[in-house]
Write a protein that binds this ligand. Structure first.
Ligand code: GDP
Length: 305
């Protein structure tokens, strides 16, 4: 909880400050109150539909419990939000589909440039390596030379091998080569980086489809995870991008990065509500240890406390 709280500091402040300011203006539980609350939730990236859902269930709760004072109302809201985060949790499997009995686990990472793919791969590589797994990286973002170098540098830092080619090479060929290496040299886990340029969306989606096809052709039950990396600070924008990736790559989990930044936190609820994809990992900083398994309870408590 402590690490979570430290990581969530800014997100918590931006959310909690807004919430406190809102509650400071509290007069009575009337229709205006609920409308203002909806606005607040929408501003916090919860999403329009979800904001309405939350305020509807709060209306019911407030009536049911006959709460009137500022303190009671505030308490009901916090409880309800925490409950929602946990309900989402009950519907989903948060664990990564990685099995040490499997000959080779393959995780594909997708997401727009700057979301934090490379960084997350580096962090996860370190995590798996510390568990004694043999980890290989594939530099599938051949579009930018910088991306290849960045992944290689993470590989060096963590002490794992990276399979890479020149900028401009066919990313599917790089992935193919990485899979051959992984099979031949008995790697346990292959983490595949991909491009995230949005300027040429159709081509990117085709490229991702091709990479995925090659993976499945070489290892029939793979990819075992397709993780969509989302920058939490981009709020609702992130959500519309996510939908595009979802269409082509059948995302199995979300990595929400930069939760240590000034994100609104509500994005987690919006993602679950609109995409029905579990947030599996959260990024809480730029360092190798700043990656955690998403824990809805800790997240909700951290947001309000
Ligand atoms: P990519 O283009 O998707 O591969 O994104 P990168 O991995 O290169 O990350 C883009 C920037 O975001 C880098 O400066 C990272 O250090 C930073 N970054 C990634 N994850 C996090 C995080 O959880 N918190 C913070 N504060 N920065 C992050």
């Amino acid at each position: 909880q402590e690490e979570y709280d430290a990581g969530l500091q800014k997100t918590r402040h931006s959310f909690r400050d807004k919430f406190n300011a809102f509650m400071a203006n509290f007069r009575s539980v009337d229709e205006d109150f609920f409308e203002d609350l909806e606005d607040l939730l929408i501003q916090s990236d919860v999403g329009y539909e979800m904001a309405l859902k939350i305020s509807d269930s709060l209306r019911t709760e407030v009536k049911l419990k006959n709460v009137k004072s500022q303190k009671e109302v505030s308490h009901v809201i916090v409880e309800k939000m925490a409950q929602l985060y946990q309900e989402d949790a009950a519907d989903h499997d948060f664990t990564l589909n990685v099995d040490s009995q499997r000959p080779l686990n393959i995780i594909l990472f997708v997401g727009v440039n700057g979301a934090g793919k490379t960084t997350t791969i580096g962090k996860l590589a370190a995590h798996f390596k510390s568990q004694g797994q043999k980890v290989l990286l594939a530099a599938g973002d051949t579009f930018r030379a910088g991306a290849i170098e960045q992944l290689q540098s993470w590989g060096e830092q963590v002490g794992v091998t990276t399979v890479a080619s020149k900028a401009g090479a066919d990313p599917a060929a790089v992935v193919f080569e990485a899979i051959q290496t992984a099979k031949k040299e008995q790697y346990d886990i292959l983490l595949v980086d991909t491009a995230g340029r949005l300027q040429n969306n159709t081509n990117l989606m085709k490229e991702l489809e091709k990479i995925k096809r090659i993976i499945t052709r070489e290892v029939p039950d793979a990819p075992h995870e397709v993780l969509l990396v989302i920058d939490a600070t981009t709020g609702q924008n992130a959500l519309s991008q996510a939908k595009q990736f979802e269409k082509t790559t059948q995302v199995t989990g979300i990595v929400l990065t930069k939760l240590d930044g000034s994100s609104q936190g509500g994005i987690v609820l919006a993602i679950n509500d609109e995409l029905h994809i579990p947030v599996k990992l959260v990024g809480l900083g730029e360092k190798v240890q700043d990656l955690q398994i998403f824990d809805p309870q800790k997240f909700a408590t951290g947001l309000f406390s």
